[in-house]
Structure formats: structure tokens, C-alpha cells
Design a protein around this ligand. Structure first.
Ligand code: NDP
Ligand code: PYC
Length: 332
């Protein structure tokens, strides 16, 4: 499919399942970005996920986000129970303006439903010349290191760094061994998962994707991922007055929807510390990237940017079975 076809399909399906036009457009864009950049677990497969959240009345399909300024350098957007994307888009201009004015600003996105990757958000801020960090909890699916019962969400951490003359340096990963969406894709394809991705219901390591989904996922990097997962819970839960992953799962009450809660985004303007020295300092940062790439290692997002270049010229491949399942959402 061309990206224009992916976009048209995503918009049609999202409108078809009952999403308001503004929501459908911004939500579709994150799915198009996922397909375009070779991130299948957060591409148009998520149409199935979003449709489920609408059908189960987890998400408010016509929510109108409300942007507030609780303090000089803070933005708080109440998403009104809608998908997170529109709330983020509506708060973003004020976040950027405040980061430039004060050197640093933070935005809480509250009361939203979140199924998306975070890199489109930090990349957009880095393209504005800002360093950015974004975190969000999800549902309690992940066991703490040393335990086998779910406490944490898959809790991604995303970071963006502006690189004049280059695409931004961006990473974005779950603090679980892998995103849950990836395990779901393994289950759909009947593929085994590595033994260190999770436990079955009885707490035994397993390579059965369905058993991990039914049991507990593992954090990445043992106690380090576990502590980072806890940090995400705290920063984008209690700190901003929103739900932890356990509370989100309880609120879902077995309906199988996407996580409910909040997201914290921090934006830092390098000029705040550096003033006129900003260009020289950003140039020194380039030496770090050269030292990484100079020994044959790759930067995070390099694969994504390469996939993007390919998709823009060649389009993307959508599995036939997934396409059929998506079409079923709108009666074929
Ligand atoms: P991965 O484990 O695939 O890690 C992704 C990150 O690591 C990317 O930035 C990727 O860059 C980089 N990377 C991967 N391999 C290398 C390498 N060899 N060298 C350098 N960098 C590398 O992703 P996850 O499965 O952990 O997460 C996938 C997505 O799921 C994320 O976008 C995340 O936001 C999303 N997610 C969303 C949640 C939510 O609640 N909203 C919850 C959990 C996850 P590249 O892309 O170029 O390969
Ligand atoms: O893949 O873990 C995941 C996920 C949770 C919410 C959105 N994506």
C-alpha cells in the first residue's frame, strides 16, 4: 500500500468505528507513522486495538481536550477520556513556547487512553530544537525483577535530541523486555517468544506467547528495567495525579481496552543553559554520535529513518490477513 492508502484506510476505519473527525485524523497519523517507519506493533495493527477500546466504551470518541497552565512552566491537558494523540497535539504549541521561554517546561496529559508509540512526540519536539523525554504507564502486565506477578505496565521511555542538519537522535522503548504489541504479533503468527520475555500464570518461564500474555511479562535488564518501570509509574501516575498501571487495569475491568491514564512530557531548550554557546555545544554532541557510528554501531532510530525513506518511495507491505481483519471492522 502507499502511505496515502494507509492513511485513507486508517481514517475510514476510525471514523467508521465512531471516532470524531479530529481524533480520527491525529490517531491515523500515528498509525501511518508506525507503518512508514517499520514499527508494525504500533502501525495499522492498532486499528484493531483502537476499535476494541471504542466498542468497549473505554475511550470517549468525541472528547474535547482542555489545555491549562497550572504554573508558569507547566502545561496540563485534560484529554476528557479520549485518545492521547489529540490532547498531545493541542498542548504541544504551549509546551514548546514555555520551554523556549523558561528553558524547561513539562506537560501532563491526563485522563486519556494510550495505545501509541512515543517517538513521534519526542521527534516532533526535537525537530523544534528541544531535548525531550516522554513517559507513560500502561496496564499492569509486567513483573518486577525478582517477582513473577504483574505490577508494572510496559512503561515506555522516549528521548529526543535535536541535531541541526540531521534527523533527531531518538530512542523509544518499553521498560519490559519487549512491547506487549510485539508479543501479540508473535501470538497471531504462531511464533514462539524468547524464554526471557515472560512467565506463564504459574510463574514459570515460557516461550508460548499466549501464556506470557496470560501470565507476566519481564522487565528488560533485570533490576535496572524494573526500577525504570517504577520511575515511569511514579512520574506519569501519582506525580501528575493520574493512574498507575495497576489502577488502569482495574479501571478496564476485563474489557480488554488500551491503557487509561496519563503521560508526562518534559521539553528542554539547550539555549536555556548555553545561550550563544548553543551551536558549539550541539556540535560537540555530534562527536558522540560519530564515536558510536565510527565503530560500526548504529544509532537508535537509524533503522526507522531508513524504513521511512524506503516507505516514502516504495510504500509498505501490510499482511493480507491483517488487512482483511481491519476491513471487517467496517463491513469489508
Ligand atoms: P525495541 O526493544 O525494539 O527498542 C526500540 C528502540 O531501541 C528504538 O529506538 C530502536 O531504534 C532502538 N534500537 C533497537 N535495536 C537497536 C540497535 N541494535 N542499536 C541501536 N538502537 C536500537 O522496542 P520496544 O518493543 O521496547 O517498544 C516498541 C514501541 O512500543 C515503542 O515505540 C514504545 O513507545 C511502544 N510502547 C508503547 C506503550 C504505551 O503504553 N503507549 C507501552 C509499551 C511500548 P529503531 O526504531 O531505529 O530500531
Ligand atoms: O505494546 O506494550 C505495548 C503497548 C501498551 C500500550 C500501547 N502499546
Amino acid at each position: 500500500m502507499t502511505l496515502a492508502e494507509v492513511r485513507a484506510l486508517a481514517r475510514r476505519v476510525l471514523r467508521g468505528v465512531g471516532l470524531d473527525r479530529m481524533h480520527a485524523e491525529v490517531v491515523a497519523e500515528t498509525m501511518v507513522a508506525g507503518e512508514r517507519d517499520g514499527c508494525a506493533s504500533h502501525g495499522i495493527y492498532r486499528l484493531l486495538v483502537a476499535a476494541r477500546s471504542v466498542a468497549a466504551k473505554i475511550v470517549v470518541p468525541d472528547a474535547v481536550p482542555d489545555v491549562k497552565e497550572p504554573a508558569a512552566a507547566l502545561v496540563a491537558v485534560d484529554g476528557g477520556g479520549g485518545f492521547a494523540q489529540l490532547a498531545f497535539e493541542m498542548g504541544k504549541p504551549l509546551l514548546i513556547e514555555k520551554a523556549r521561554r523558561f528553558g524547561i517546561a513539562a506537560m501532563a496529559v491526563n485522563n486519556v487512553v494510550h495505545f501509541a508509540a512515543l517517538w513521534p512526540e519526542v521527534e516532533a519536539l526535537a525537530e523544534q530544537g528541544l531535548a525531550a523525554i516522554a513517559v507513560t504507564p500502561s496496564h499492569a502486565w509486567v513483573a518486577p525483577a525478582g517477582g513473577t506477578r504483574p505490577v508494572f505496565g510496559t512503561n515506555p521511555i522516549a528521548f529526543g535530541w535535536p541535531r541541526p542538519g540531521h534527523e533527531p537522535f531518538v530512542f523509544d522503548f518499553a521498560t519490559s523486555a519487549v512491547a506487549r504489541g510485539e508479543i501479540e504479533l508473535h501470538r497471531r503468527a504462531g511464533r514462539a517468544v524468547p524464554e526471557d520475555w515472560g512467565y506463564d500464570r504459574t510463574g514459570q518461564p515460557t516461550t508460548d506467547a499466549a501464556a506470557v500474555l496470560d501470565g507476566a511479562m519481564r522487565t528488560f535488564g533485570g533490576h535496572k528495567g524494573s526500577a525504570l518501570a517504577a520511575m515511569v509509574e511514579l512520574l506519569a501516575g501519582p506525580l501528575i495525579g493520574d493512574l498507575t498501571s495497576a489502577e488502569s487495569l482495574a479501571r478496564d475491568a476485563g474489557r480488554g481496552g488500551s491503557p487509561i491514564g496519563g503521560e508526562l512530557i518534559i521539553a528542554i531548550d539547550p539555549a536555556g543553559f548555553l545561550g550563544a554557546g548553543v551551536a558549539a555545544s550541539l556540535a560537540r554532541a555530534e562527536a558522540l554520535f560519530e564515536a558510536i557510528e565510527g565503530q560500526g554501531a548504529r544509532l537508535p532510530s537509524q533503522r526507522r529513518y531508513a524504513a521511512r525513506a524506503r516507505s516514502l518511495s516504495e510504500g509498505v507491505v501490510v499482511p493480507t490477513a491483517l488487512h482483511a481483519e481491519i476491513m471487517d471492522l467496517v463491513g469489508g
